[in-house]
Design a protein around this ligand. Structure first.
Ligand SMILES: O=C[C@H](O)[C@H](O)COP(=O)(O)O
Ligand SMILES: C=C(OP(=O)(O)O)C(=O)O
Ligand SMILES: [Mn+2]
Length: 518
């Protein structure tokens, strides 16, 4: 296929399609009656005061276009792109303002140590991998992890899937070279195809529509699972822990799982009917990186009840490590939408810049509005996280601290990108240790994981070896924990949450509630 789009000087032929987005289109307002949504009966947080924040006066849905937008594709045919976006603008919202406010309230609880956040799912969702069974399996593992962590910490777990929207990927390099052939990098199925041929790698604007439709059908199933009985506590606690083996650690995890089961049967015996909503329904939210700004803008709507703007592509959106420039387009876009949002932060960030970023994104210091997702690698996190926490503590800003133990631990083995389970767990361990030392709150974890039995990360109780990597390596981008590895990590988190709870009880003069600390 020939490239017919605008040429970008200094870039290799096809790679010119992947570059910075041209800016400068007239502002557009798009209003729908985004009411409190299908889940209105569950909304707990009261809506924010109506009206426009004074800080927002220069924000419009497209004010990001006046800033530099990194990691954006340039489509070969600008007119086709415009038409595809026009169609997205006409689509119904995927999530609702009231749901986003509910989530913000829960994230505020987590920031205060009264809840814990679990975010997980694919690095990159892929069109060809859309299947009800895959969605069910990831959803189920997330639910199992949350039950284990709820039991460990004795507090609610806020569940968010990197699902129904995690389609756009920022890349380290604009091109990829294989056997001497250079092509534009794969940027996620919403932009181009993963196959290594020139045609696949060309950005195709109609993928925007396909992505939207995938999101809608995934979300429909997730909503069905959450309220239709699949999330039943009794069902979720039927886990397969055979892989845990006979090690001391494995035995204590199995012991914990048995205690969860016992507790559930005790509750049922006490008369908690398994048909009660409490027993068979759960709240589940979606999240993804707000990378592809055209798409995010096209799904942004003004909430008629509050006059606030929500990006209705997901409940929670985050700004990635590569696009969090203070004066960049992504920060400009996100500062104006009222969804709860996150910022990914590596050790390369400057603590003073983080404080400035938080001030831009959450000028009114609303609890739950902003989560800081640290991703540094275990060693670097121990060394650098204290400076970030001190800076935020001194500024008085309220944030929900979340640990992404995946992105600082990527390495290459036998030509595969992989992560070692032990390094992932070490980063989680360092995250809890540092927050305990600093007197701040570890508020959640963010994982790349799947419910499938893939072999993408090495190690863990199931002992995936380096030679296993080529047997079931299915990810389109970064390596994910498989179901067993994800569950194993959840047990570790549960043990840390329980010891934190015990420490608090002890400092209040109440004896600890024992749970094996590993
Ligand atoms: O998911 C995160 C990034 O998109 C990914 O880690 C980038 O990978 P790359 O360094 O192979 O481009
Ligand atoms: C791109 C990602 O992360 P980061 O921005 O932290 O590299 C991701 O979460 O897939
Ligand atoms: Mn990733």
């Amino acid at each position: 296929m020939r490239v017919t789009g605008p040429s970008v000087a200094g870039q290799p032929s096809l790679a010119r399609s992947i570059a910075r987005l041209p800016v400068g289109r007239p502002p557009r307002r798009c209003t729908v009656a985004a009411r409190d949504g299908m889940d209105a009966s569950r909304a707990v947080a009261s809506p924010p005061a109506a009206g426009v924040d004074p800080e927002m006066k220069n924000w419009t849905m497209d004010s990001w276009r006046r800033r530099e937008a990194l990691q954006q594709p340039v489509y070969p045919d600008a007119e086709e792109h415009r038409r595809a976006l026009e169609e997205i603008r006409r689509m119904p919202p995927l999530v609702f303002a009231g749901e986003c406010r509910t989530l913000q309230g829960k994230l505020a609880e987590a920031a205060a140590g009264k809840g814990f956040v679990l975010m997980g799912g694919d690095c990159a969702e892929a069109f060809a991998q859309l299947s009800a069974n895959r969605i069910r399996d990831t959803y189920r593992v997330l639910l199992q992890m949350s039950v284990i962590m709820t039991f460990g910490g004795g507090m609610p777990v806020v569940k968010m899937g990197r699902m129904a929207g995690q389609f756009a990927k920022p890349r380290s390099s604009p091109t990829e070279v294989k056997d001497g052939v250079e092509l534009p990098s794969y940027r996620g199925d919403i932009i181009n195809g993963a196959d290594f041929d020139a045609e696949s790698r060309l950005p195709d604007p109609w993928r925007l529509l396909k992505a939207y439709n995938h999101c809608a059908s995934t979300l429909n199933l997730l909503r069905g699972f959450s309220s239709g009985g699949y999330a039943s506590l009794e069902r979720v606690s039927k886990w397969n822990l055979d892989f845990m083996g006979a090690t001391k650690k494995g035995k204590s995890y199995i012991d914990l799982a048995e205690r969860v089961e016992e507790t559930i049967s005790f509750m049922v015996a006490c008369g908690l009917d398994s048909n009660m909503p409490l027993m068979k329904e759960t709240e589940f939210f979606t999240c993804h990186e707000a990378l592809l700004l055209d798409y995010e803008e096209a799904l942004t709507r003004e909430d008629s009840t509050t006059s606030l703007f929500y990006d209705t592509s997901a409940h929670f959106l985050w700004c990635g490590e590569r696009t969090r420039q203070l004066d960049g387009a992504h920060v400009e876009f996100l500062r104006g939408v009222d969804n709860p949002i996150g910022i990914k932060v590596s050790d390369k960030a400057d603590p003073a810049d983080l404080v400035s970023l938080i001030a831009i994104l959450n000028p009114r210091n609303k609890p739950g509005r902003l989560s800081v997702v640290t991703r540094m690698g275990a060693g670097k996190l121990r060394a650098h996280l204290p400076d970030f926490i001190s800076a935020v503590q001194s500024s008085g800003q309220v944030v929900t601290w979340i640990c992404d133990p995946m992105h600082g631990n990527t390495e290459s083995v036998n030509g595969f990108k992989t992560r070692r389970f032990e390094n992932v767990q070490k980063e989680v361990e360092a995250f809890f240790d540092v927050h305990e030392e600093m007197g701040s709150i570890p508020g959640g974890i963010h994982l790349e994981m799947t419910g499938e039995n893939v072999t993408e990360c090495v190690g863990g109780g199931a002992q995936i070896g380096e030679d296993d990597l080529n047997s079931r390596y299915h990810t389109h981008c970064d390596p994910r924990l498989n179901a067993e590895q994800a569950l194993e990590l959840a047990f570790y988190v549960a043990s840390r949450l329980r010891s934190r709870k015990n420490n608090r009880l002890q400092s209040n003069g109440i004896g600890p509630v024992p749970l094996p600390v590993l």
